[in-house]
Design a protein around this ligand. Sequence first.
Ligand code: SAH
Length: 342
Amino acid sequence: MKNIKDYNLDELKEEMLLIGEKGYRAEQIFKWIYVENVTDFNEMTNLSLELREKLKENYTLDIYKIIRKQESSDGTKKYLFDILDGNAIETVLMQYKHGYSICVSSQVGCKMGCKFCASTGIAFIRSLTSGEIAEQILAVQRDIGIKISNVVFMGIGEPLDNFNNVIKAIKIINNPKGLNIGARHISISTSGLVPKIYEIADMDLQCTLSISLHATTNEKRSKMMPINNKYNIEELMKACKYYIEKTNKRISFEYALAKDNNDNLEDAKALVKLLKGMLCHVNLIPINKIENGEFDTSTNENVMKFRDYLNDCGIVATIRRELGDDIEAACGQLRRKEGGNI
Ligand code: SAH
């Protein structure tokens, strides 16, 4: 049986017609799922008992179980969800002045192999469906009774390696009849899947695109991110320029600073050269050290010097406030299982 959350509104209308119901039932069901956030078909009280039975016979309404929930001293919460097939994923909720932001996973494991990221140290199992992506938001909203206002695809997985499901999830998250979160409040982060960047550019999605850049030479970037062997910096920058030209939207470049690796003035100079004149913003992240990781975090002094140099050269750079690092919920610390074991 298929999870009812894996249908968008149009598909659900078609499903209703197929089981002999009126199309408008789909809107009612959509509202029960995404607005009322019910956990059982029985709670859909404006549907006839007969229809509720039909729904139970034909679909599942998948609800994640919380295996573990950790809370950081800064209020960040990390959830380990049982996604009902024996696998588990992590989702992080961050509280900012302007509201709640959720960091969702897009895959169980990751294929990218970035050397500094904990999500990589474990095998790739599978991509999540659109319903499984949306359920992370619903589950957290149910758990603490809040409305989430920002979604970032920066959890486990490479979102552009699960392109169709991620785009479908974004449309449901964005739909006023779905989770109703504005596209400008949704960000996708990619390690640089060049052909997909072109596709996104042509889609008029209105979401924010973040690029995990982390280095300015192919030699260095390939050592940190194997994907660079497939799509090198020149190809990546060409795709980014196309994206900016096509969408007129700013790209956010992520740059994780690792001590004595990519954090000195020469690196900052090379970064300025690479990004000069582009409509962009740089997000500096002092790298979070992972277990057995070869990279150490940059000193505060170097991080600030790096930021100041970029800003002095006219490139807007900010240092990302690291939330949740005491519970391993910060960038690059997510895994798909308790303790990180397979
Ligand atoms: N696969 C996607 C999204 C997940 S990672 C991507 O690569 O963009 C989200 C961000 O955290 C990326 O910019 C990633 O490079 C960064 N990151 C990963 N490990 C990190 C670490 N140990 N310290 C700091 N940032 C890290």
